[in-house]
Design a protein around this ligand. Structure first.
Ligand code: XIL
Length: 435
């Protein structure tokens, strides 16, 4: 037997995503800057991710609170932060029935007026961030909740006043305002499969029609606010990605969270968190294996700040716990990235898009590094490290505690493995081959 030999240093999701020509990220609120939130937030956010979305601050009510009076201050703050740290910006959302200010609803039923309001909004907002926001959710959640294979016909000022052509027009206007931006249709429950009568099936019909009519759609977003019980969802997302690939359209995961029922707070076991991690890993596997997937966005960073608890009767759906400690879900994502080396992952983006990403390296405070020679894993920068080795399915196959300088990885068979070293808040992961 001989062993793969390599030296490796502390790595981040961000580094691994970048190497693979993909974007992995979470949301932000500009009010969270300047110590309005725990300082760990910003540090982790810019270190671990390479795409950012405003949770609320680019929505209609935030950007045009009164007619033709635009407020870009908060969104600008986020864009500046993204530029300073080399993050891609997703814009969310232009035409949506929710978070629309009262003055728009006052024009309810007035088709011509609503068309000009929507056009002016899209021209102004997309124009303001032209070249800075890489991708827009042009239309959000326009499909009916009743699964009757139709548009949302009630409770939407746009649909009720304009009819379904508000969608087509919105894409055309957004494209005119920034011809280089990716333009998405975004919705929830499209991750439930492409069966007869499904929401995803309806999306596919519309995308076909849009493409045939020259409507400039380039991507679909699947929000993917799911629960721990939804075990088949990753495979549904894979099927949806493949169907969209045939139409030359990308699929992005745009708002992922995998929540537990709120009542389970405080009662969750290690096995529950492992199960959550396993689902996260399956989504990441699908994401990396499907060549028309570009972005993987999680709707929050820490369980301390999540719309799940505030609005959804769910809890603990994110990668970091309330103390900002990475959960098994974080490790699962790292393991998946490691199991899909850059040479095997295709990027759906041209080089011109990828090089816009940070060349600026965000300093990582940790100095942990390790090297494998034969069977001996030598570690530098650790005081008492925990070493874990996983097989390619993410199952633990070796574990050692209190490692100061070196440990022998005994008992491993031939093949590929992922080594994880943790020492306090420092961590690193690396794929190794044992021949
Ligand atoms: C949510 C935000 O997280 C909340 O802060 C806000 O009060 C309501 O909207 N689908 C979407 C997102 O497209 O914009 C929603 O965000 C979550 C569901």
């Amino acid at each position: 037997m001989d062993y793969f030999s390599s030296a490796f240093a502390d790595e981040t999701i961000r580094d691994l995503a970048k190497e693979r020509g993909r974007f992995i990220g979470t949301i932000l609120n500009s009010e969270w800057f300047n110590d309005a939130i725990e300082p760990e937030f910003e540090e982790i956010h810019k270190t671990q991710f390479n795409v950012v979305v405003a949770e609320n601050e680019m929505k209609f009510d935030a950007t045009e609170p009164s007619e033709n009076k635009f407020n870009y201050a908060k969104g600008d703050k986020m864009v500046e932060y993204a530029q300073a740290n080399g993050l891609r910006v997703r814009g969310h959302a232009l035409a949506w029935h929710s978070q629309v200010p009262g003055w728009v609803n006052n024009y309810s039923g007035q088709k011509e007026k609503l068309l000009s309001v929507l056009k002016n909004h899209i021209d102004s907002v997309v124009g303001h961030w032209k070249g800075k926001v890489a991708e827009w959710d042009v239309v959000n959640e326009a499909i009916n909740d009743d699964y009757n294979h139709d548009w949302r016909s009630t409770g939407s000022v746009w649909y009720e006043g304009i009819g379904p052509e508000f969608l087509d027009s919105a894409f055309v206007w957004a494209h005119a305002a920034d011809p280089n931006a990716e333009l998405c249709y975004n919705d929830y429950a499209v991750e439930w499969g492409i069966n007869e009568g499904s929401k995803a099936g309806f999306v596919l019909e519309q995308v076909k029609r849009w493409k045939a009519n020259g409507i400039p759609i380039t991507c679909v977003g699947t929000q993917t606010h799911i629960e721990i019980a939804h075990e088949t969802t990753p495979q549904n997302v894979r099927a949806f990605a493949k169907a969209l690939a045939e139409l030359d359209v990308k699929l992005n995961i745009t708002e992922l969270d995998i929540g537990f029922p709120k009542g389970s707070a405080g009662k969750l076991t290690a096995a529950d968190y492992e199960k959550q991690g396993h689902l996260y890993r399956q989504f990441m596997d699908v994401f990396l294996e499907e060549p028309n997937m570009g972005e993987f966005v999680i709707w929050g960073l820490t369980d301390a700040h999540s719309w799940l608890d505030e609005q959804q009767g769910k809890t603990e759906g994110l990668l970091y716990d309330k103390q900002y400690k990475p959960k098994p879900a974080f490790d699962s994502i790292m393991v998946s990235l490691k199991a899909h080396p850059a040479s095997e992952v295709k990027s759906p983006y041209p080089d011109s898009v990828l090089i816009q990403q940070a060349t600026k390296f965000v300093a990582v405070t940790s100095k942990l590094s390790a090297q494998i020679t034969g069977r001996i894993l030598s570690i530098a920068g650790a005081t008492a490290a925990k070493v874990d080795v996983f097989d390619m399915q993410g199952r633990p196959v070796f574990s050692a505690k209190n490692v100061k300088k070196a440990v022998e990885l005994s008992g491993l068979s031939e093949g590929l493995f992922v080594v994880r070293v943790r020492d306090g808040s420092k961590r690193l992961m690396q794929r190794i081959t044992i021949k």
